[in-house]
Design a protein around this ligand. Structure first.
Ligand code: KG4
Ligand code: ZN
Length: 354
């Protein structure tokens, strides 16, 4: 069992379009600041260079604000944790360079954190029972992964997406529907204003006849679904009915994604005979996903989910993961670099280490 690091951990997150810093002391989150970049809204998606420049401009102030909230000063930080990947390379480099300089100047240890491993730790910051063993569904803007987690640090990859990530699909469909970026919360809001499954889109990679030996049994794919939505939107536009049908399309799209995510997660629950499920990543903020999963779990089942603030990118989960990795004796040296495709630590694919 992992006991948290007793000192003050500063966690830094700059992998995408949130600049965030957190101060964690033991299990207690003393300071936490998340600044979501606004500059991408007009482009309906994240512009990597703008993201990197915005991190560079505000990171120092975000860290100071988190330390102020914790009523600590820079020299009180005992351990530095920073997202080293995966993510947008320019954005990651800003956080990594900042953290290396700060750790070096203070003479304190530094840990390079894997962003997706951190999403696994997010729920445990709010619920001490959100610990392994569990089946984990990680759904973010860049990744969709179904994992079996028997203990922290040991991750068996059951399935992942073959193309778009779940959050990416929400964002792209949001754009097709003329909604603001990010699409996930906007689609959820629109979907709530209507009922049923009016457009009945396909459920990609989900067939009742699939068995565990089928290579697609746990796999996801959202690109074809996005195309189906695009075709429907074009048809509705041509008929002058898009305005009237926008919410209905959003609802049917959300239902299709949620059903696939829930069914595949339940397959893992059955295969591992473990009714404990944890969700993480930005899409875990979806109330529709949480409600659908909760409805389908066995009566003895547990669903662990972070609050919306802790589900999307944040520094607290980075600090927590840094503390875990440090407790294992892992530290980074000053040649730590950022990697857009950083391998997931401790991940087994088909029984072999990636
Ligand atoms: O984890 P995250 O903050 O960033 C990445 O690591 O990618 O996830 C962001 C993603 C976006 O694609 C956003 O549309 C999605 O999370 N998201 C949602 C909801 N809130 C955020 N998707 C569906 N429903 C939501 N309520
Ligand atoms: Zn993320």
């Amino acid at each position: 069992m992992w006991t948290p690091f007793g000192g003050a951990v500063l966690g830094i997150e700059t992998s995408c379009d949130e600049t965030s810093a957190a101060v964690l002391v033991g299990h207690e989150l003393k300071g936490h600041v998340i600044l979501s970049q606004d500059e991408h809204k007009v482009f309906a998606g994240v512009v990597p260079e703008l993201a990197a420049r915005a991190h560079l401009r505000v990171l120092d102030r975000v860290v100071r604000a988190a330390l102020d909230e914790a009523e600590l000063r820079p020299h009180d930080v005992d351990l530095y944790g920073v997202t080293a990947g995966p993510g947008l390379i320019g954005a990651l480099l800003v956080g990594v360079a900042w953290a290396k300089a700060a750790a070096w100047a203070a003479g304190r240890p530094l840990v390079g954190v894997h962003h997706m491993e951190a999403h696994l730790f997010a729920a445990s910051l709010e619920d001490p029972e959100a610990v392994p063993p569990f089946v984990a569904l990680l759904v973010s803007g860049g990744h969709t992964m179904l994992l079996w987690v028997p203990e922290w640090g040991r991750y068996e990859l059951l399935g992942e997406t073959r193309d778009d990530a779940a959050g990416e699909a929400f964002d792209k469909v949001g754009r097709l529907l003329g909604l603001d970026y990010p699409g996930g919360p906007e689609i959820e809001r629109a979907a709530r204003s209507t009922e049923g499954d009016p457009h009945r889109f396909p459920r990609p990679m989900l067939h009742r006849t699939q068995g565990p030996d089928d290579p697609d049994y746990y796999a996801f794919s959202f690109s074809g679904l996005k195309t189906a939505v695009r075709n429907r939107v074009e048809q509705l536009e041509a008929e002058g009915r898009l305005g009237a049908e926008r919410a209905a399309v959003a609802r049917s799209f959300q239902l299709a994604v949620v059903e696939v995510l829930v069914e595949k997660t339940l397959r893992a629950v059955a295969a591992k005979d473990c009714p404990r499920v944890l969700i993480g990543g930005g899409v875990a903020a979806s109330r529709a996903l949480r409600a659908a999963l909760a409805r389908r779990l066995r009566p003895d089942g547990r669903l662990f989910h972070p609050s919306p603030r802790m589900a999307t990118d944040n520094g607290a989960m980075i600090a927590c993961t840094a503390a875990f990795r440090y407790s294992r004796g892992e530290t980074a040296s000053l040649d730590l670099t950022a990697r857009a495709d950083m391998p997931f630590p401790g991940l087994l694919r088909n029984g072999t280490r990636s």
